[in-house]
Design a binder for this molecule. Structure first.
Ligand code: HEM
Length: 407
């Protein structure tokens, strides 16, 4: 109860003053979240840490909407609100309308040239990005304990593959040509995601199951959002570097920019958004890597992801290949946590030939393995992207939940 009152006080904004002043920074001036905190400035001043800040703008409005029972009506009205430049539909409650008008504003520091460059990058590297969002980000999310529990016990937890693939798909969709321009849809998708997160913050604390499992009072803090951000943006960039996929400095910067804009649109305060890949890597080392851990909920989720090819005829997406690729991409520790068995055929095959396969694809170098292996890897990438990020041309359909996972 004491914690809840504390949260209410924080949400009312009083204790945010110190951060608010610093919060005017744009990424160019932004300091990496935890590096900054470690200097002791804000905690020493008695202010909240990012783990104690949620969404002071959206949370109160969405909590009130849920309590008034108006969510189904708002969901219905918002179903046709899809394009970035589309006016809000008539009939929305005034507080919701005002909120959405506020949330749909792009940050003043958005750079459309960089967004255009990011699109070009996605066009050239889309297959790798797709396979990494699905297999690296999707799988890492199962060992992020807070995220795994939140997803598991919230409404969408009953269809977990769909939930995780929606998060990965958001990562993929931000690379579309028109993502943040008027005829695109990413502004709307991000705003809807932001209000879904606000609803989850109101609903999950009412779930006895989540309360039993989770060590926190309120889910999806600013810190948690940046952890997930790193599981997407930073993890994917790191893997592409590791695989020696050529990425120019301009491409890397543009890719970072699209993710900075997305973090802002999801409600992350600018002072927590890393300004460079160096900062992002150092933040990820501090906030993502050390918190990874298996949970029963995450294992369940991983299990579902590994079965993604189960109902497909003639697919290469068998459980052994998906498991082996997970082990290769995320390492033995995570694979063992997820109880993924070692694969006597696929493990050595991927270890020996994946990088030469990338080199052959990228530079036209001779592939030292068999034709069958090349074909297997090629099909693997293609099918993961197809199956996991299906409906790639459609915006994710997002509705505000009214309940937790039915149990
Ligand atoms: C919902 C993306 C961070 C937990 C969603 C949805 C998207 C999304 C696209 C809507 C999907 C739908 O239609 O149901 C993201 C991105 C994040 C992020 C891009 C960070 C960059 C987080 C974090 C948590 C979380 C940190 C928990 C710790 C959830 C939950 C739902 C949700 C529980 C609602 C599930 C439901 O009941 O349907 N997120 N998310 N998300 N997200 Fe996130």
């Amino acid at each position: 109860m004491e914690e809840l009152s504390r949260r209410k006080a924080l949400m009312a904004g009083g204790a945010l003053g110190a951060l608010g002043v610093l919060g005017a920074a744009v990424p160019a001036n932004a300091r990496a979240l935890w590096t900054w905190s470690q200097r002791g400035a804000v905690p020493a001043a008695g202010g909240p840490t990012p783990a104690e800040i949620w969404d002071t703008v959206a949370d109160p409005v969405i909590a009130s909407l849920l309590e008034r029972g108006d969510v189904p009506k708002v969901n219905e009205l918002l179903r046709t609100w899809i394009r970035n430049d589309q006016p809000l539909p008539d009939g929305l409650p005034t507080d919701v309308r005002d909120l959405l008008e506020e949330l749909r504003q792009l940050p003043s520091w958005v750079d459309h040239d960089k967004l255009a460059q990011a699109f070009d990058f996605y066009k050239r590297r889309g297959l790798y990005l797709g396979v990494l969002y699905a297999m690296a980000s999707g799988m890492v999310s199962t060992v992020i304990p807070k995220e795994a529990r939140a997803v598991y016990y919230s409404y969408g937890g009953a269809n977990m593959k769909d939930r995780i693939s929606k998060t990965a798909k958001l990562g993929y969709d931000i690379g579309t040509q028109n993502a943040y321009v008027p005829d695109g849809s990413m502004i709307i998708t991000s705003v809807k995601t932001r209000i879904v997160h606000a609803a989850v913050r109101h609903l999950l604390p009412q779930s006895p199951h989540w309360n039993d499992a989770a060590p926190e009072e309120i889910p999806i803090s600013q810190a948690d959002t940046m952890v997930t951000w790193h599981s997407l943006a930073t993890t994917v960039m790191r893997k592409m570097r590791e695989w020696e996929i050529p990425i120019s400095d301009d491409d890397a910067e543009a890719y970072l920019h699209v993710w900075q804009v997305t973090a802002h649109m999801l409600g992350v305060r600018d002072e927590y958004i890393p300004k460079s890949w160096d900062e992002a890597n150092s933040q990820a080392d501090q906030v993502l890597t050390p918190i990874l851990e298996p949970t029963p909920e995450g294992k369940d989720l991983a299990n579902i992801l590994l079965d993604m090819g189960k109902d497909l005829d003639g697919t290469v997406l068998t459980r052994p290949l998906l498991g082996s690729f997970t082990r290769y991409t995320l390492g033995d520790q995570i694979a063992d946590w997820l109880e993924i068995p070692k694969e006597p055929v696929f493990d050595p095959l991927i270890n020996t030939f994946w990088r030469p396969f990338i080199a052959a694809r990228e530079f036209g170098l001779n592939f030292p393995g068999s034709k069958e292996t090349y074909f297997l890897f090629e099909e693997f990438i293609r099918q993961v992207v197809l199956v996991y990020l299906s409906e790639a041309n459609f915006p994710i359909s997002i509705e505000i939940p009214t309940h937790n996972r039915p149990s």
